[in-house]
Structure formats: C-alpha cells, structure tokens
Design a binder for this molecule. Structure first.
Ligand SMILES: [Zn+2]
Length: 389
C-alpha cells in the first residue's frame, strides 16, 4: 500500500448540485419577510462553503427580528470587472388560498409550485447549481460574487446594509428577479411618502366652516389631495414614454378622525409615485413638499421609500455578453419591462445592471406561485455559460 498517495489526487470531480433538489430544500425552509431568514442563510452558507473560496454572513436587526446577508466570492483571474449576482433570501408571506402546502415543493410535470419558487429561490437554486459545475482547478476570467440580502420584500434594509459594507466598480450586475430569462435593462423609479396632518378635536356641535378649514385634519388633507390630484390630471397624465409608459401617482391609503361627531384631530395618507427615468427624484420630493406645505403649512412628511430608476444601454458589454450567451444556448428571449421596482435601483452605482431570472413574473406574490421547470434549467445553463466562458 502506497501511503504517500494523498486521497485528494483520486478525488472525483465534485458532483454537481441538482437545481431541482436545491429548490426543494430552499422552499422547505420558511424565510418570509416577517420572520428571520437565519435558517435559510445558514443552509446557503453550508452549501456555498464547498463551492466558493469565501463565504461571509453579516447579521443585523430589523425591529426585533434577526436578519442576515450573505456574501460569497469565487476568485477569478482578474478583479477589474467582477460579475455580481444579486438575490434576496426572503419571500413574501404565503397568505391564505394556497391549494398546496406552500413550503412543500410540488411537481406538476411542467412546473414547480411553492412559496418563493419564482421569487426567487429558483434563481438561487439555478445559480448555485451552475457554480457547482465550475472546474475548481480553473479560475474564471473575472471575480464572481454572490450577494444575497434580507428584507427585499420589506423595506430594503438588507440592500442598504450591503451598500454600506461593500464597494465595486465596473461590475456586471445580474439582478435575479423573475423575467423568464428575458432581459430587462430599465425600470421606473419609485417614491413612497406619508403625509401626516394634525387638527384640533372638538365636538361637532361646536364647529363651523371656518373652524373646519383651520382645525379639521380631514378638511386639511382634502385640500392637499385636491392639489395633488390636480397636478396628476394637468401634468402627470401628459408625461408618457414610449418604453416606460406613464408617470403615475397613487393615493392608496387614508385614515383619520375618530367619530362623525368630532372634529378630526389627525389624518394620514400615503402617496406612491412611479417616475420616468428622466424625472429627477430629488426634484420630485421637493415639488411634493412645496405643494403640501403651501396647501397646509403644518403638515409633516415622511419618505417611506425611495428607489431609483435605472437604464443600461443595449450596447453595453454586459448586455451584449448576455445576448451572446442566450444565442449560444439557442434561447429565444427578448427585452421586457416588468412593472416591479427592483434593487437594480440601489446597485446600479457599482456598474451595469441587467435583470434576468427564471421565475414567472405573473405568478409571484400570490397563492400557488410556480416556476417552469424548463426555465429553471435554462437559467442554470445561462449562469454556467456566463461564468465559465
Ligand atoms: Zn424578488
């Protein structure tokens, strides 16, 4: 027996991880955004440790919930043009009306049904499966990073923590949101604002028109809303873009007062604005503040969400490379514009973003979420082809 033969020399190449098996495992671990993603992130770490040179987990708190971001790296020959895959570990809450157990992946022959199958545990399964196929003795051309964050379906805190911690330049950024492997290279900006108005309560028998205009929070809110709707009609309705569609505003929530026979001492309403890429977010915030304060000077305004638009040129290297990859694999895909806001709005400062993922956009955030099996397989091949070439 030749004792000097190290075992590693005889080691078989690592068996590739099957994306279907991975997805089944991922879906079985609940990571809905109202709870901690701890169990899921540590499962991912366990798997990625065998594939990547570096895997790190960063913990932080949101209210009293422990959340975790994961960063993994495979070193390439060059660190000048890193390829960064961005994904989120959380899902929406399952809600009612599922016909199957949301945490038990169901195979109906064509699709996998389960919570997060499309958004976006399928993407993570496909990518990790592709990474496991890489020849460990051969370095890829460029550094490859996997940034998986928490709270994407919540307030986006996970992405903000990543941005505080890391910095990149000239990156090729793949946002793995569901597009059925089509390419999305732009999105609208998104702005959420809460307007809070104070009044002064008194019995309704003791009020008057003059008092209501001055002290009834609902009357004051009504004045602001009329102004906002007027602007929507006169200006926003005329802002249209061939690709992006309309610049829109929605007032979708209002709450105020206590009884019909009291003057309302408070009122809050919420605005959701979607902006075309040529509209400036800061200017828009300023404009809305001016409008609100000139209608009612003692309102207070809180920005609940601020997400940038993005636009990557069709001529950019990132897009050209992805198009070439799709052609090579004989996948007939197109450019699409899904209406959802994505974290590309945060990460665009590191480089060119493209949204591509295997999930089906129509199936997400509702019961019986599913992913096409063929789409998951294709995504694995797209990732493999992209990182091994
Ligand atoms: Zn998503």
């Amino acid at each position: 027996l030749n004792q000097s033969t190290p075992l590693e020399n005889k080691k078989m190449p690592m068996k590739k991880l099957d994306s279907f098996d991975l997805l089944k495992k991922f879906v079985s671990v609940n990571s809905s955004t109202d709870s901690s993603n701890e169990e899921f992130v540590f499962l991912l770490e366990n798997i990625l440790e065998k594939i990547c040179q570096q895997v790190e987990i960063f913990g932080f708190k949101k209210d009293s919930i422990n959340l975790f971001n994961l960063v993994a790296k495979i070193e390439g020959k060059s660190n000048n043009y890193p390829t960064i895959f961005i994904g989120h570990t959380d899902t929406v809450q399952a809600g009612n009306n599922w016909r199957t157990d949301p945490l038990k992946l169901k195979d109906d022959g064509k699709n996998f049904i389960g919570l997060g199958a499309s958004d976006m545990k399928g993407s993570l399964a496909g990518l990790i499966s592709a990474l496991s196929r890489l020849d460990k003795k051969k370095k890829p051309e460029n550094d490859i990073y996997l940034l998986l964050d928490a709270d994407e379906e919540g307030s986006g805190l996970g992405a903000k923590k990543l941005l505080e911690k890391l910095n990149f330049k000239n990156a090729q950024i793949i946002i793995m949101e569901p597009t059925e492997n089509n390419l999305q290279i732009f999105q609208k900006a998104c702005l959420g604002m809460n307007i809070v108005i104070k009044g002064e309560a008194r019995h309704s028998s003791l009020t008057s028109y003059k008092n209501n205009i001055k002290n009834n929070a609902i009357y004051k809110a009504n004045k602001i809303i009329s102004e906002l709707v007027g602007y929507e009609k006169e200006i926003l309705d005329k802002k249209k873009d061939r690709i992006f569609g309309e610049s829109s505003q929605n007032i979708g929530f209002i709450k105020g007062g206590l009884h019909g026979n009291s003057v309302a001492d408070d009122c809050i309403f919420k605005i959701d604005r979607r902006l075309l890429p040529y509209e400036n977010l800061d200017e828009e915030i300023k404009r809305i503040k001016n409008l609100v304060f000139s209608a009612n000077s003692d309102s207070s305004i809180e920005i609940s969400f601020r997400g940038e638009s993005f636009r990557t040129a069709k001529q950019s290297d990132s897009v050209k490379e992805l198009k070439k990859t799709l052609q090579k694999l004989n996948l007939k895909k197109k450019f699409v514009l899904n209406p959802f806001w994505t974290e590309a709005g945060f990460f665009k400062k590191w480089g060119d973003c493209v949204i591509i993922g295997p999930g089906t956009p129509d199936s997400i955030h509702k019961p019986d979420e599913f992913i096409k099996k063929s789409s998951l397989e294709d995504f694995e091949n797209i990732c493999y082809s992209l990182i091994s070439s």
